[in-house]
Design a protein around this ligand. Structure first.
Ligand SMILES: Nc1ncnc2c1ncn2[C@@H]1O[C@H](COP(=O)(O)OP(=O)(O)OP(=O)(O)O)[C@@H](O)[C@H]1O
Ligand SMILES: [Mg+2]
Length: 543
């Protein structure tokens, strides 16, 4: 790890980095920043939560002259929330240098964006649909763009943005720097790279497993109908500071967040059918801790960085190993510890093993938490809160009544009753969720098995020579040593070709006619054979 001063950055950029509290660069930053500063094209892969945003943000901000008054850098993200978040981080990093950046995403009033564009931002962070909308209205011109970043590039492909990205990049000068970043690089990313990048350097920091080593992973085998009770026991037992619960569909998210609220949890839902205002509100409440449980579809799986997320729970198993990696990566970020739980119905165990093999990470089986464990967890938290108050000495005005009570009653009885009162009885409401079909393990096609789908340090495509091979190794976040969980041995390395080299023809999240979140949404309005108009985006609901 280096100090940021070693990159030869502008003093004002360094000052912003210091202000953010970054002391040392992470492994991906170490490798990517010098390459990006030199203007070279780049494919960057590193585990979730290891600072990829700053890895491309710092060089961009460093290289843009303050005198510039045209859009010279374009960052694309698959979701609106991610565009907002990346724009915030870019904003913080450019604070002292005074580079102007602006998020551009669907769902926000376009007039407001047009007004903000008049302030001549140099960096635009946007979702493809709304960007095209502005391009079409001529409120955004890309003629002067010199740097392009595709954050979560594989997800943008997966969501069907290839056409939009192609349209957008056809308007950007050929003479430019293009960078792709993601924690996962499935084989189809090659097509994107070949089309849009020139002699890219591959920078990959995936030491052993693609999942961050700071995430403790477990699963519980549970029948569909028992999932909700298992969830409330798990939440009680674990008492997460902040938790994200992933559900498979929008309906699932709605039902689940409502059910959790009924049972007395402070939860809310996020998915692409909500208005942008609702989405913003939910994210704000989650970020400031006024709710502690965020229930979401895969719209929240990528890139979101909320500090204090101690738990990720896959209420429904995700369809893709990639999605699993990104979902659980919402915890255990920047070297912090996190715990990921997955609910697996008996018919889904094969699918879980598939995820284990592709991610080369064993996921340990745990029993459904017992009622006793749930109660104990809740009591423990109450006790911790009481001790916190005792230690901060902030109870003076309650002392009088305490003394009175203790004069009349036994101290243990009084305290036990108080704990009972604070812990609260679980609201005994019966909950019925609409059952979801189990995820089916995909059919394995022997012909592509050997193509070796796995996440490796060298990114997609396996054994590339040159920079890719040499750049692996090292862990992500500073101070996050792997826990020494043994991954799968080489036996697994040839596994997983069942999706083979082409994900394109494959319909992961839409199996069985059910509309899965990220695809369903982006393509939502074009459903029923009606292609959505190419240059309009206000109806994009997912971005
Ligand atoms: N050098 C650093 N030192 C300490 N913290 C850092 C450093 N670089 C980035 N961070 C912080 O680490 C967190 C994760 O960073 P970021 O969101 O960029 O991760 P990522 O690699 O893009 O993850 P994902 O794959 O989930 O998108 C952020 O809160 C960021 O501010
Ligand atoms: Mg990111």
């Amino acid at each position: 790890m280096k100090t940021f001063a070693e990159f030869g950055l502008d003093a004002k950029v360094l000052q912003a980095i210091t202000e953010l509290g970054f002391e040392e660069s992470t492994a991906i930053q170490d490798k990517a920043i010098p390459i990006a500063l030199a203007g070279t094209d780049l494919i960057g892969q590193a585990q979730t939560g290891t600072g990829k945003t700053a890895a491309f943000g710092i060089p961009l901000i460093n290289n843009i002259p303050t005198t510039e008054d045209r859009i010279v850098a374009l960052i694309m993200t698959p979701t609106r929330e991610l565009a907002i978040q990346v724009a915030e981080e870019i904003g913080k990093l450019s604070r002292f240098k005074g580079i102007r950046s602006l998020p551009i995403y669907g769902g926000q009033e376009i007039g407001r964006q047009i007004r903000a564009l008049k302030k001549r931002p140099q960096i635009i962070i946007g979702t493809p649909g709304r960007l095209l909308d502005h391009i079409n209205r001529k409120t955004i011109k890309l003629d002067d763009v010199q740097h392009v970043v595709l954050d979560e590039a594989d997800e943008m492909l997966d969501m069907g943005f290839m056409e939009d990205i192609t349209s957008i990049l056809s308007l950007v000068p050929e003479q430019r720097q293009t960078m792709l970043f993601s924690a996962t690089m499935p084989p189809n990313i090659q097509r994107l790279a070949q089309q849009f990048l020139k002699n890219p350097e591959h920078v990959s920091v995936i030491p052993k497993q693609v999942t961050a080593p700071t995430i403790d992973q477990a699963y519980i085998e549970v029948h569909e109908r028992q999932k909700f009770d298992a969830l409330s026991r798990l939440l009680d037992m674990e008492s997460p500071e902040l938790a994200i619960i992933f559900g498979r569909t929008k309906r699932r998210v709605d039902e689940l967040s409502e059910a959790l609220q009924k049972r007395g949890y402070s939860a809310d839902g996020l998915h692409g059918d909500l208005s942008q205002n609702q989405r913003d509100n939910v994210m704000r409440k989650f970020r400031d801790g006024s709710i502690d449980v965020l229930v979401a579809t895969d719209v929240a799986a990528r890139g979101l960085d909320v500090s204090g997320v101690t738990h990720v729970i896959n209420f429904d198993l995700p369809q893709d190993p990639e999605s699993y990696v990104h979902r659980i990566g919402r915890t255990g970020r920047a070297g912090k510890e996190g715990t990921a739980w997955s609910f697996v119905t008996p018919r889904e165990t094969d699918h879980l093993h598939f995820i284990e093999k592709v991610t080369r990470q064993r996921i340990s089986k745990k029993p459904v938490p017992s009622i006793a464990e749930a109660i104990e967890g809740k009591q423990r938290i109450t006790a911790e809160r009481i001790i916190e108050i005792v230690q901060t000495d902030s109870f003076q005005e309650y002392k009088g009544i305490a003394i009175q009570l203790l004069e009349q009653y036994d101290s243990v009885n009084v305290l036990a009753s108080a704990i009972k009162l604070i812990t609260g009885e679980k609201k005994d409401v019966s909950i019925e969720l609409t059952p979801e079909d189990p995820i089916r393990a995909k059919k394995r096609r022997p012909d592509v098995r050997s193509s070796g789908r796995r996440f490796t340090g060298s990114g997609y495509g396996g054994n590339r020579g040159g920079t890719g091979g040499g750049t692996g190794g090292g862990t992500g976040g500073s101070g996050s040593a792997p826990r020494g969980r043994s991954g799968y041995g080489s036996g697994s390395s040839s596994y997983g070709g069942n999706r083979g080299g082409s994900r394109d023809g494959y319909k992961p999240r839409g199996e069985g006619g059910r509309s899965y979140e990220s695809r369903g949404e982006n393509r939502g309005n074009s459903g029923g054979g009606d292609r959505r108009p190419k240059f309009s985006s206000d109806d994009f609901v997912n971005q």
